[in-house]
Design a protein around this ligand. Structure first.
Ligand code: UGA
Ligand code: MN
Length: 256
Protein backbone atom coordinates (compact mmCIF):
# COMPACT_ATOMS: atom_id res chain seq x y z
CA UNK A 1 0.00 0.00 0.00
CA UNK A 2 1.04 3.57 -0.69
CA UNK A 3 1.30 5.93 2.26
CA UNK A 4 -0.10 9.40 1.50
CA UNK A 5 1.74 11.77 3.79
CA UNK A 6 0.06 15.15 4.23
CA UNK A 7 2.42 17.85 5.50
CA UNK A 8 1.33 21.42 6.23
CA UNK A 9 4.21 23.88 6.09
CA UNK A 10 4.71 27.63 6.39
CA UNK A 11 7.41 30.13 5.62
CA UNK A 12 9.81 30.88 8.49
CA UNK A 13 13.56 30.92 9.15
CA UNK A 14 13.78 27.17 9.72
CA UNK A 15 11.36 26.02 7.02
CA UNK A 16 14.00 24.82 4.57
CA UNK A 17 15.95 23.07 7.32
CA UNK A 18 12.83 21.28 8.58
CA UNK A 19 11.73 20.23 5.10
CA UNK A 20 15.24 19.10 4.22
CA UNK A 21 15.33 16.84 7.25
CA UNK A 22 11.89 15.43 6.51
CA UNK A 23 12.81 14.90 2.86
CA UNK A 24 15.80 12.77 3.80
CA UNK A 25 13.69 10.75 6.21
CA UNK A 26 11.09 10.09 3.53
CA UNK A 27 13.76 9.10 1.02
CA UNK A 28 14.34 6.05 3.18
CA UNK A 29 10.73 4.93 2.89
CA UNK A 30 9.31 2.86 0.02
CA UNK A 31 6.03 3.57 -1.70
CA UNK A 32 4.98 6.94 -0.41
CA UNK A 33 3.30 9.97 -1.94
CA UNK A 34 4.13 13.23 -0.17
CA UNK A 35 1.41 15.88 -0.22
CA UNK A 36 2.98 19.14 0.85
CA UNK A 37 0.54 21.96 1.52
CA UNK A 38 1.93 25.45 1.97
CA UNK A 39 0.16 27.91 4.24
CA UNK A 40 0.50 30.59 1.61
CA UNK A 41 -1.35 32.34 -1.21
CA UNK A 42 1.27 30.97 -3.59
CA UNK A 43 3.50 27.95 -4.08
CA UNK A 44 6.86 29.38 -3.10
CA UNK A 45 10.03 28.89 -5.13
CA UNK A 46 11.80 27.57 -2.03
CA UNK A 47 9.37 24.68 -1.59
CA UNK A 48 9.05 24.11 -5.35
CA UNK A 49 12.80 23.71 -5.73
CA UNK A 50 13.13 21.56 -2.64
CA UNK A 51 10.44 19.15 -3.83
CA UNK A 52 11.76 19.02 -7.38
CA UNK A 53 15.21 18.18 -6.08
CA UNK A 54 13.93 15.53 -3.66
CA UNK A 55 13.19 12.81 -6.23
CA UNK A 56 10.20 11.85 -4.11
CA UNK A 57 6.73 11.31 -5.50
CA UNK A 58 4.91 14.45 -4.40
CA UNK A 59 2.01 16.83 -4.88
CA UNK A 60 2.50 20.50 -4.09
CA UNK A 61 -0.55 22.45 -2.90
CA UNK A 62 -1.17 25.72 -1.10
CA UNK A 63 -3.92 27.40 0.89
CA UNK A 64 -3.54 30.41 3.16
CA UNK A 65 -4.79 30.41 6.73
CA UNK A 66 -6.49 33.83 6.88
CA UNK A 67 -4.42 35.92 9.33
CA UNK A 68 -7.49 37.10 11.16
CA UNK A 69 -8.68 33.56 11.81
CA UNK A 70 -10.39 33.31 15.14
CA UNK A 71 -11.52 30.20 16.97
CA UNK A 72 -14.81 31.79 17.93
CA UNK A 73 -16.14 35.12 19.06
CA UNK A 74 -16.93 33.75 22.52
CA UNK A 75 -13.36 32.59 23.11
CA UNK A 76 -11.16 34.91 25.13
CA UNK A 77 -7.88 33.77 23.67
CA UNK A 78 -7.81 33.15 19.98
CA UNK A 79 -5.02 31.44 18.21
CA UNK A 80 -4.41 30.62 14.62
CA UNK A 81 -5.34 27.06 13.74
CA UNK A 82 -2.07 25.37 12.80
CA UNK A 83 -2.18 23.32 9.64
CA UNK A 84 -5.94 22.78 9.75
CA UNK A 85 -6.87 24.23 6.37
CA UNK A 86 -3.73 22.74 4.84
CA UNK A 87 -4.58 19.19 5.97
CA UNK A 88 -8.09 19.67 4.63
CA UNK A 89 -6.67 20.82 1.30
CA UNK A 90 -4.61 17.62 1.20
CA UNK A 91 -7.74 15.57 1.91
CA UNK A 92 -9.64 17.45 -0.77
CA UNK A 93 -6.90 16.58 -3.26
CA UNK A 94 -6.99 12.91 -2.26
CA UNK A 95 -10.76 12.76 -2.63
CA UNK A 96 -10.72 14.46 -6.01
CA UNK A 97 -8.13 11.91 -7.15
CA UNK A 98 -10.09 9.00 -5.77
CA UNK A 99 -9.82 6.92 -8.95
CA UNK A 100 -6.08 7.27 -9.15
CA UNK A 101 -5.65 6.32 -5.54
CA UNK A 102 -8.00 3.38 -5.42
CA UNK A 103 -6.62 2.02 -8.69
CA UNK A 104 -3.45 1.18 -6.79
CA UNK A 105 -5.02 -2.18 -6.01
CA UNK A 106 -3.18 -2.66 -2.75
CA UNK A 107 -4.95 0.28 -1.13
CA UNK A 108 -3.36 3.02 0.86
CA UNK A 109 -2.90 4.80 4.14
CA UNK A 110 -3.11 8.49 5.03
CA UNK A 111 -0.80 10.05 7.62
CA UNK A 112 -0.56 13.66 8.79
CA UNK A 113 3.12 14.45 9.23
CA UNK A 114 3.97 17.91 10.54
CA UNK A 115 7.19 19.31 9.11
CA UNK A 116 8.97 19.66 12.46
CA UNK A 117 8.51 16.23 14.04
CA UNK A 118 11.14 13.49 14.06
CA UNK A 119 10.20 10.19 12.42
CA UNK A 120 11.82 6.76 12.72
CA UNK A 121 11.38 5.18 9.28
CA UNK A 122 10.06 2.05 10.99
CA UNK A 123 6.93 4.04 11.81
CA UNK A 124 5.93 3.89 8.15
CA UNK A 125 6.28 0.10 8.05
CA UNK A 126 4.05 -0.06 11.11
CA UNK A 127 1.25 2.06 9.64
CA UNK A 128 1.29 0.50 6.17
CA UNK A 129 -1.09 -2.31 7.17
CA UNK A 130 -3.76 0.04 8.58
CA UNK A 131 -7.25 -1.47 8.06
CA UNK A 132 -9.18 1.41 9.64
CA UNK A 133 -7.14 3.55 12.03
CA UNK A 134 -3.84 2.61 13.60
CA UNK A 135 -2.32 4.28 16.66
CA UNK A 136 0.99 4.38 18.56
CA UNK A 137 2.88 6.42 21.18
CA UNK A 138 4.31 9.88 20.43
CA UNK A 139 7.33 11.26 22.28
CA UNK A 140 7.31 14.69 23.94
CA UNK A 141 3.62 15.49 23.87
CA UNK A 142 1.30 16.59 26.64
CA UNK A 143 4.22 17.66 28.84
CA UNK A 144 5.16 14.01 29.33
CA UNK A 145 8.06 11.86 28.06
CA UNK A 146 5.48 10.38 25.73
CA UNK A 147 1.74 9.97 25.37
CA UNK A 148 0.39 6.58 24.36
CA UNK A 149 -2.64 4.43 23.82
CA UNK A 150 -3.05 1.92 26.66
CA UNK A 151 -3.38 -1.60 25.27
CA UNK A 152 -5.14 -4.51 26.93
CA UNK A 153 -5.69 -7.88 25.24
CA UNK A 154 -4.35 -6.48 21.98
CA UNK A 155 -6.89 -3.65 21.81
CA UNK A 156 -6.77 0.00 22.85
CA UNK A 157 -8.63 0.36 26.13
CA UNK A 158 -7.57 3.85 27.26
CA UNK A 159 -4.95 6.56 26.84
CA UNK A 160 -1.84 7.40 28.83
CA UNK A 161 -1.96 11.18 29.02
CA UNK A 162 -2.07 13.85 31.74
CA UNK A 163 -5.15 15.53 30.41
CA UNK A 164 -7.70 13.42 28.62
CA UNK A 165 -10.47 16.01 29.20
CA UNK A 166 -13.45 14.71 27.26
CA UNK A 167 -11.49 13.08 24.49
CA UNK A 168 -12.42 9.62 23.22
CA UNK A 169 -9.22 9.61 21.18
CA UNK A 170 -6.47 11.27 23.19
CA UNK A 171 -3.85 11.17 20.46
CA UNK A 172 -1.63 13.75 18.83
CA UNK A 173 -1.72 14.32 15.06
CA UNK A 174 1.49 12.29 14.78
CA UNK A 175 -0.02 9.33 16.62
CA UNK A 176 -2.43 7.85 14.10
CA UNK A 177 -2.93 6.87 10.46
CA UNK A 178 -6.13 6.22 8.55
CA UNK A 179 -6.88 3.70 5.81
CA UNK A 180 -7.10 5.57 2.49
CA UNK A 181 -10.39 3.93 1.40
CA UNK A 182 -12.01 4.88 4.67
CA UNK A 183 -10.62 8.41 4.39
CA UNK A 184 -11.57 8.94 0.77
CA UNK A 185 -15.07 7.54 1.13
CA UNK A 186 -15.89 9.83 4.02
CA UNK A 187 -16.15 13.61 3.97
CA UNK A 188 -14.50 14.12 7.32
CA UNK A 189 -12.37 17.25 7.70
CA UNK A 190 -10.50 19.05 10.42
CA UNK A 191 -12.30 22.01 11.88
CA UNK A 192 -11.03 25.46 12.74
CA UNK A 193 -13.75 25.43 15.37
CA UNK A 194 -12.20 22.55 17.34
CA UNK A 195 -11.07 23.72 20.76
CA UNK A 196 -7.42 23.66 21.65
CA UNK A 197 -6.09 20.11 21.73
CA UNK A 198 -9.35 18.66 20.41
CA UNK A 199 -8.52 18.67 16.70
CA UNK A 200 -7.43 15.03 16.46
CA UNK A 201 -10.25 13.78 18.69
CA UNK A 202 -12.95 15.67 16.81
CA UNK A 203 -11.66 14.35 13.50
CA UNK A 204 -11.57 10.71 14.64
CA UNK A 205 -15.02 10.99 16.27
CA UNK A 206 -16.42 12.21 12.95
CA UNK A 207 -14.86 9.19 11.22
CA UNK A 208 -17.32 7.12 13.24
CA UNK A 209 -14.82 4.64 14.58
CA UNK A 210 -14.73 3.15 18.05
CA UNK A 211 -11.88 2.61 20.48
CA UNK A 212 -12.14 -1.07 19.67
CA UNK A 213 -11.52 -0.39 15.96
CA UNK A 214 -8.08 1.07 16.68
CA UNK A 215 -5.09 -1.01 15.65
CA UNK A 216 -2.24 -0.61 18.16
CA UNK A 217 1.14 -0.56 16.40
CA UNK A 218 4.79 -0.26 17.49
CA UNK A 219 4.92 -3.51 19.47
CA UNK A 220 1.49 -2.95 21.02
CA UNK A 221 2.37 0.67 21.73
CA UNK A 222 5.54 -0.09 23.69
CA UNK A 223 7.88 1.74 21.29
CA UNK A 224 8.22 5.43 20.52
CA UNK A 225 8.88 5.86 16.78
CA UNK A 226 7.88 9.51 16.40
CA UNK A 227 8.77 12.54 18.48
CA UNK A 228 6.93 15.83 18.69
CA UNK A 229 10.13 17.83 18.47
CA UNK A 230 9.84 21.60 18.25
CA UNK A 231 12.59 23.66 16.75
CA UNK A 232 13.76 26.78 18.52
CA UNK A 233 13.50 29.95 16.45
CA UNK A 234 17.10 30.89 15.57
CA UNK A 235 18.43 34.17 16.87
CA UNK A 236 19.45 36.37 13.94
CA UNK A 237 19.55 39.67 15.80
CA UNK A 238 23.09 40.49 14.68
CA UNK A 239 21.75 40.97 11.16
CA UNK A 240 20.05 44.14 12.38
CA UNK A 241 23.06 45.21 14.41
CA UNK A 242 25.33 44.90 11.38
CA UNK A 243 23.05 47.26 9.50
CA UNK A 244 22.74 49.60 12.45
CA UNK A 245 26.53 49.97 12.41
CA UNK A 246 26.52 50.79 8.71
CA UNK A 247 27.60 47.37 7.50
CA UNK A 248 25.57 45.17 5.24
CA UNK A 249 23.69 42.22 6.60
CA UNK A 250 23.93 38.76 5.07
CA UNK A 251 23.29 38.25 1.35
CA UNK A 252 19.53 37.83 0.97
CA UNK A 253 20.10 36.03 -2.33
CA UNK A 254 21.51 33.17 -0.32
CA UNK A 255 18.58 30.98 0.61
CA UNK A 256 18.53 29.56 4.11
C1 UGA B 1 0.61 20.51 17.81
C2 UGA B 1 0.19 19.26 17.03
O1 UGA B 1 1.27 18.33 16.99
C3 UGA B 1 -0.18 19.70 15.62
O2 UGA B 1 -0.44 18.59 14.82
C4 UGA B 1 -1.37 20.63 15.71
O3 UGA B 1 -1.71 21.11 14.43
C5 UGA B 1 -1.02 21.83 16.57
O4 UGA B 1 -0.50 21.41 17.85
C6 UGA B 1 -2.23 22.70 16.81
O5 UGA B 1 -2.47 23.07 17.95
O6 UGA B 1 -2.94 23.02 15.86
P1 UGA B 1 2.68 22.24 17.25
O7 UGA B 1 4.09 21.78 17.27
O8 UGA B 1 2.20 23.14 18.32
O9 UGA B 1 1.74 20.97 17.10
O10 UGA B 1 2.32 22.94 15.84
P2 UGA B 1 3.28 23.31 14.63
O11 UGA B 1 4.30 22.24 14.40
O12 UGA B 1 3.74 24.69 14.78
O13 UGA B 1 2.23 23.27 13.42
C7 UGA B 1 1.67 22.07 12.93
C8 UGA B 1 1.86 22.00 11.41
O14 UGA B 1 1.18 23.11 10.81
C9 UGA B 1 3.32 22.08 10.96
O15 UGA B 1 3.54 21.20 9.89
C10 UGA B 1 3.48 23.53 10.53
O16 UGA B 1 4.44 23.70 9.51
C11 UGA B 1 2.08 23.88 10.05
N1 UGA B 1 1.74 25.30 10.25
C12 UGA B 1 1.97 25.92 11.43
C13 UGA B 1 1.17 26.02 9.21
O17 UGA B 1 0.95 25.48 8.12
N2 UGA B 1 0.86 27.35 9.40
C14 UGA B 1 1.11 27.98 10.58
O18 UGA B 1 0.82 29.21 10.69
C15 UGA B 1 1.67 27.26 11.62
MN1 MN C 1 5.16 20.93 15.70
Amino acid sequence: PTIYIITPTYSRLVQKAELTRLTYTLKLVQCIHWIVVEDSTIKTQLVKRLLAKSNLKYTHLNVLTPPEYKLGISEKRWRKPRGVLQRNEGLRWLRSNKKLILSGSEGGVVYFADDDNTYDVQLFDEMRSTKKVSVWPVGFVGKLRYESPIVGDGRVVDWFTYSKSNRTFATDMAGFAVNADLMINSKVEFSVKSSRGMQENDFLVKLKITLNDLEPKADLCTKVLVWHTQTMEPNVKNEELLMKFGKSGSNLNIEI
